[in-house]
Design a protein around this ligand. Structure first.
Ligand code: BGC
Length: 325
């Protein structure tokens, strides 16, 4: 499919993207991961600071994705009230981003109990979205909601297609035309897109996550089974590039065929991979996404995949330049 056709079909004013490529406000993003997505007692691995928002805007990011573990800060029984102090922490982050004209993708992250027992947690999931939506009525249209990070486990495509309608309805009660982002089951895998059923709502766009090949991007990552054995995997052969091109083209084709914008909401490499390969992969995935008209959001800002080193207060410049040449 010619790239221009893809662009015309999926760039729209809804995502701040005119077909001529001007006035884009939802294009190049960064995940503020491991900050608001830890548990109630868990120390965040990244402490957000106000100056980060200046830095992010100044180097050229236009979007921040805020992964939030709401489920660790809400009552277990109806009406599942969210902790007001935690809400204020999220307000602070959203306010800092919006004041600097950064687009915000606010999600529900790490709701493991829902993924393991979808039926038992359905009412709580909907109640979380009702509270989140009510809180941010009247906010800039640059604030977007992403219903659920990486549906997986017992949350099959079939259950997710049903539940996403309920989550969306909860948002739509107070936000008739706010941008809502929804990804497919199987951890937002590109190959699960054919199973995703989105309602006819002009302000719903799709998202996928991209970490292929996992043996390369997640080598040595302690949370990934077998990852120790992958240490030393490099990336950059012609066949590696062909695989990425084919994967992202499938995402772009789905987006085109379904008339939706596509957001690559996470992609990145764990720090144990060799830097030269990481730079090649990051440059290639990012530039292919852009060629195909997909907006992107790197995982992550300041922890183990990070482009920024908070301990030394410095950018990892080559990695940042792979994203923002
Ligand atoms: C998870 C992170 C993880 C990253 C890459 C994210 O969705 O929240 O904990 O580091 O994916 O695996």
């Amino acid at each position: 499919m010619p790239a221009r056709l893809v662009e015309a079909a999926i760039f729209s004013d809804d995502v701040g993207m005119a077909a001529d490529g001007k006035e884009r406000w939802f294009r190049r993003g960064i995940n503020l991961g491991n900050a608001l997505d830890t548990g109630r007692d868990g120390e965040p691995r990244l402490r957000l600071e106000e100056r980060y928002f200046d830095d992010l805007r100044d180097v050229g990011f236009d979007t921040v994705r805020l992964p939030v573990r709401w489920s660790a800060h809400a009552d277990e029984s109806a009406p599942f009230a969210l902790d007001p102090t935690f809400f204020e922490r999220v307000d602070w982050a959203i306010g800092n981003a919006l004041r600097r004209d950064l687009t915000v993708v606010l999600n529900v992250h790490h709701y493991h109990e829902l993924q393991d027992a979808p039926h038992e947690h359905e009412a709580r999931f909907v109640a979380l979205w009702q509270q989140i939506a009510a809180r941010y009525v009247g906010h800039s249209r640059r604030l977007c909601f992403e219903l659920l990070n990486e549906p997986r486990s017992a949350m099959t495509a079939q259950l997710w297609n049903r539940l996403l309608l309920k989550g969306l309805a909860a948002v739509r009660e107070s936000h008739p035309d706010r941008m809502v982002i929804v990804g497919p089951a199987r951890m937002n895998d590109i190959d699960a897109l054919p199973e995703l059923e989105l309602p006819s709502d002009d302000h719903v766009i799709a998202t996928v996550h991209y970490y292929a090949p996992l043996e390369f991007t997640h080598q040595g990552a302690p949370w990934t089974a077998g990852a120790e054995q992958w240490l030393g995997t490099t990336w950059g052969a012609d066949s590696d590039r062909d695989a990425v091109r084919q994967d992202l083209t499938r995402a772009a084709t789905w987006a085109h065929d379904h008339g939706r914008h596509m957001f690559v909401g996470e992609f990145g490499t764990y720090s144990k991979a060799d830097l030269a390969s990481r730079l090649r992969w990051t440059t290639f995935v990012r530039s292919e996404a852009e060629r195909l008209g997909l907006s992107w959001c790197y995982w992550d800002f300041g922890t183990d995949f990070g482009v920024f080193d908070p301990q030394h207060n410095t950018w990892r410049v080559p990695l940042r330049e792979a994203l923002l040449p």
